[in-house]
Design a binder for this molecule. Structure first.
Ligand code: ZN
Length: 159
């Protein structure tokens, strides 16, 4: 088998799908990892998107990628190993590594919610385009729900 044959056999989408269909538990593990990782990113979206839209509160020009995640109290960057979904929170026992300020339990809960719903969809729909679409809708739904929740809570505080 030459290099061309190797690349055509191992890199086609249908081969990957066939593998996932033959190994459903592997597919569910991949779905959990994707769901947890996107859940972590959703926390960034939920926190930063409303700030990005408010020009007065976003003088530094933050976006969804920059600056790196940091503690809002001591402003120390969060280490990569502390940023592992759910595991990082548990290892730190819910406190900032530097200043020991409590971290909201909502962060791991959003990650778990995303992970569980992605696994549920993966289990019900299998490795299909419909599953990817369902994941996309779940992530949009989670982000929109928590952003609206925060907006409502801020409104209640003001009034
Ligand atoms: Zn801190």
């Amino acid at each position: 088998m030459n290099c061309f044959e190797v690349s055509t056999v191992t890199c086609t989408a249908s081969t990957v799908l066939f593998f996932f269909q033959e190994q459903p538990y592997f597919w569910l593990i991949i779905a959990a990892l994707i769901g947890l990782s996107f859940g972590s990113f959703l926390n960034v979206v939920i926190y930063r998107l409303p700030l990005m839209r408010d020009k007065a509160r976003n003088a530094s020009g933050m976006n969804l990628l920059l600056p790196r995640s940091h503690c809002p109290h001591c402003e120390q960057h969060i280490w990569a190993r502390d940023n592992i979904p759910v595991v990082g929170y548990l290892r730190l026992r819910g406190r900032c590594r530097q200043c020991q300020t409590p971290i909201s339990a909502r962060y791991p809960l959003v990650e778990l919610l995303s992970g569980c719903l992605c696994v549920l969809c993966a289990w019900l729909l299998g490795p299909t385009w419909q599953c990817l679409l369902a994941w996309l809708l779940i992530w949009i739904g989670i982000a929109a729900s928590f952003i609206l929740w925060d907006k409502r809570a801020a409104h209640v505080e003001v009034s």
